[in-house]
Design a protein around this ligand. Structure first.
Ligand SMILES: *Cc1c(COP(=O)(O)O)cnc(C)c1O
Length: 392
């Protein structure tokens, strides 16, 4: 069989066998509706409560502050719209950044049409948001600041506690999209003064289509899904029971194994970065050299198209991504790469290889063997490259 190397863990991860096993009974014998009063329902409800405790423990939150959603996008939508509408009388100004996930950016754009005002902060060349810029953007009518914990494309980790502290001093709510961070880096919502936090199970070896929004007790937020009284009346709809059970198990495993996993993956990441930078000329590493997710690598190769590179890597069995999965299919370069100051040409030649717990040293060696000649071959077709090589 041909070699296959999966390096797209930022798009999604496989579900761990252990996680899947805890989910299975909830498709069969434990099928009751947790809202039912009979024992079929009550039995299931107990397990949902356990999952809620597992998530709360992982974040340093209280179980009653965890609300299940259908994933990260729903959690982002709920946080932004829910806070905006609930606090409209206090103000209509929201501060976020130019590098957020579409689930967040599009929610903000929607609110602008609804009469809200949104400031989209710039980031520096590494993708870092400057706390002083956040401070400067705050106005009398600011009700919410939302800054992602770690970026899905370039891996940059923000100074969340510092920014959240600024929000707290001014009694402004602080939300963070922590979908890429949860399970990979330590988070404590109380210590870091986070009021709302989005997470998604399929980014840390749990099932797809399930996530959660942490809402600190006392935060004023409205519901988006109306109907039944699930989630203490805040999010209607019969629970995705197997998904929730899987989410709880996955976050527990991720937190318990975080230190050793992060260290191992980080070491592989650094070998990959070093190898690519050494072997491929005219290459740029995107994101911050140190403040970066353990599994993230992101490069721009001058004179080539990221899409052709991806297809060529795919033929060799290597799965990566260019830009974000959500924007592939469009020809616009990634909004994140433009925000860190790259030109359209350079941003087009981007490649993200995101590592996870299945990756090995052999995978790194294989990529370092296969990638440089592909880049070289694609560059031979570029008239611009010919000129640069010719020294003109
Ligand atoms: C994947 C991702 C999301 C969306 O989560 P889904 O569960 O796929 O809806 C949101 N934000 C970030 C940073 C992500 O990486």
């Amino acid at each position: 069989m041909n070699k296959r190397v999966y390096m797209d863990h930022a798009a999604t991860t496989y579900t761990k066998t252990e996680v899947l096993q805890t989910m299975m009974p909830f498709y069969t014998e434990l099928f009751g509706n947790p809202s039912s009063v009979h024992q079929f329902g009550r039995e299931v409800k107990k397990h949902i409560d356990t999952a809620r405790e597992q998530i709360a423990k992982a974040l340093g939150a209280l179980p009653e502050e965890i609300y299940f959603t259908a994933g990260g996008s729903e959690a982002d939508n709920w946080a932004i719209k829910g806070i905006a509408y609930a606090n409209r009388k206090k103000g209509n100004h929201i501060i976020t950044t130019k590098i957020e996930h579409p689930g967040l950016l599009e929610s903000c754009k929607y609110l602008e049409k609804e009469g809200f005002e949104v400031t989209y902060l710039d980031v520096d060349e590494y993708g870092l948001v400057k706390p002083e810029d956040v401070e400067r953007a705050i106005k009398e009518n600011t009700i919410l600041i939302s800054v992602m914990y770690a970026n899905n494309e370039i891996g940059t980790i923000q100074s969340i506690a510092e920014i959240a502290g600024l929000a707290k001093e001014r009694k402004i709510y602080f939300h963070t999209d922590a979908v890429q961070a949860v399970g990979s880096i330590k988070i404590d919502v109380k210590e870091q003064n986070i009021d709302l936090l989005s997470l998604s199970a399929h980014k840390f070896y749990g099932p797809k289509g399930v996530g959660a929004l942490y809402i600190r007790k006392g935060v004023k937020i409205i519901s988006i899904l109306h109907g039944g009284h699930q989630e203490r009346g805040r999010r209607a709809g019969t629970e995705n029971v197997p998904g929730i059970i899987g989410l709880g198990k996955a976050i527990e495993i991720a937190v318990n194994t975080m230190d050793e996993n992060a260290a191992r993956i980080k070491a592989l990441r650094d070998k990959l970065i070093q190898g690519v930078m050494e072997k491929v000329p005219y290459t740029r590493l995107n994101g911050h050299p140190e403040k970066r997710l353990p599994g993230n690598t992101s490069f721009c190769f001058e004179f080539i198209e990221g899409e052709s590179l991806l297809l060529n890597l795919d033929i060799k069995g290597i799965a990566g991504s260019s830009g974000s999965a959500c924007s592939s299919g469009s020809l616009d370069p990634s909004h994140v790469l433009l925000a860190i100051g790259l030109s359209h040409e350079i941003a087009h030649g981007s490649l993200r290889l995101s590592l996870g717990d299945i990756n090995t040293q052999e995978d790194i060696d294989y990529v370092l063997e296969v990638l440089p000649p592909i880049v070289d071959r694609l560059r031979q077709m570029s008239p611009l490259y010919e000129r640069v090589k010719g020294g003109k």
